[in-house]
Each structure stands twice: as C-alpha cells, then as structure tokens.
Design a protein around this ligand. Structure first.
Ligand code: VGL
Ligand code: ZN
Length: 201
C-alpha cells in the first residue's frame, strides 16, 4: 500500500532543535528516534510525486506565547537562532516549502493558521494556498509535538476539508501530563483523522 502520490502532501511539523535536541529549551522526550522514520517517509513521498512541506515555529524574541510575557511556554523557536533551526539530521531539500508560524506574536500551533493571543483573531499561513495550487487533497502529518502543533495542524486539516492522516510512530509528545500524546491521538481519531503507522523498514 502506497499512501503517497499526486494530491497527497507530507507535512513535517516543527522538527527543530528546541524540540528535538536534549539541549533544546522545550526538548520532547524520545524525539530524536522519530527522525529516521520521518526521513524515510520524506523519501517515499518524493519518490511517489508528493509535495513535502515543513513547518517551523518562528517566534519573535518577545511574544505572549512565552511565559516571561504571560504565556505558557519557555522561550523556544526564536527566529534565526539555533533553537529554531531544523534538527541537523532531518532531510530538508534545498528549495523545500517552509511554513514559518507565530511570526508576529500569534500562537503558531497549527501550520495552517495563527491565532492572535490577545484578539484571538485567526490568520492563515501560506500553507493553504500552497496546497491549493498543488492540488493537495490529503495530508499526512509527522513531527512534534503530538499534543500541540501536530494536533492543531491535523484538526485544522480536517476542518479545512482535507483528508488527514497522522503517523503515530513518527510523532512525539510534550506530555506535560502523562498520556497527553495518546489522548491527542484519540481526539484526532474522533475528529476524523486517520491514525496510521509509518512504512515498515
Ligand atoms: C509547539 C508548544 C509551543 C509544537 C510549539 O511545536 O508543538 N508546542 N510551541
Ligand atoms: Zn511555539
């Protein structure tokens, strides 16, 4: 069974040093081990004509997303810093479409939309236009974090009318409360997201 092809895109969510590297400010336990699995999906997607898009948390230095400015999170994913760079072993071809989110101090959980922390106004990222122009109807989602950006992106995908699949062995969760990642996958399944597994090796 080949899941990729024309009309199917692979979305690689936030595989950045601050989430992936143990020295990162929001390091996700077990995240490095999903990178080879993600790289294999990227290769399969390319080999079968699928678009592969990458999202990056790309926060300004000060944003209501960070605890020091009233938000929930330690400083992470600050644009043009080591923490915001892609994890070095992730395969990112030159010219690959990058979706940078949270860029103006919005909550950038979803790769499709950014929500202003004060006004709650939601603005689209360029991802919807990119997918529209490429004829994408189905989105396969991998990356971090299962309980935040993967979840928000997958919920937006179904809401926007895409078929969406999350590969459960190619995601990793923050798990502020134990089980958050598993609960996120259950919530996604209820919302109509297909929960599947990466290709066998
Ligand atoms: C994320 C928390 C804060 C994520 C981003 O990539 O899932 N989580 N910002
Ligand atoms: Zn963030």
């Amino acid at each position: 069974m080949m899941r990729y092809g024309l009309g199917v895109a692979l979305l690689v969510v936030d595989v950045q040093n601050d989430f992936m590297d143990p020295r990162g400010t929001l390091a996700v336990a077990g995240a490095p081990s999903i990178v080879p699995v993600i790289n294999r999906e990227i290769a399969l997607a390319h080999a079968n004509g699928s678009l592969v898009a990458y999202s990056q948390d790309w926060h300004p230095k000060r944003t209501p997303h960070f605890a020091r400015d009233g938000g929930p999170w330690p400083v992470h994913g600050v644009r043009d810093t080591w923490g915001a760079e892609f994890y070095p072993t992730l395969d990112v071809p030159v010219g690959a479409p990058l979706i940078r989110k949270g860029t103006n101090g919005e909550d950038g959980y979803s790769a499709f939309t950014m929500r202003d922390a004060d006004t709650h106004e939601s603005v689209p990222t360029p991802l919807g236009t990119l997918f529209y122009e490429a004829g994408v109807e189905t989105v396969v989602i991998v990356g971090v974090a299962t309980d935040y950006c993967v979840k928000a992106s997958a919920l937006d995908a179904v809401q926007l009318g895409y078929s969406a699949t999350v590969l459960a062995d190619a995601v990793a969760a923050v798990n502020i409360v134990a089980g958050d990642g598993d609960r996120a996958l259950e919530e996604l399944a209820k919302a109509g997201v297909l929960i599947s597994r990466a290709a066998a090796r």
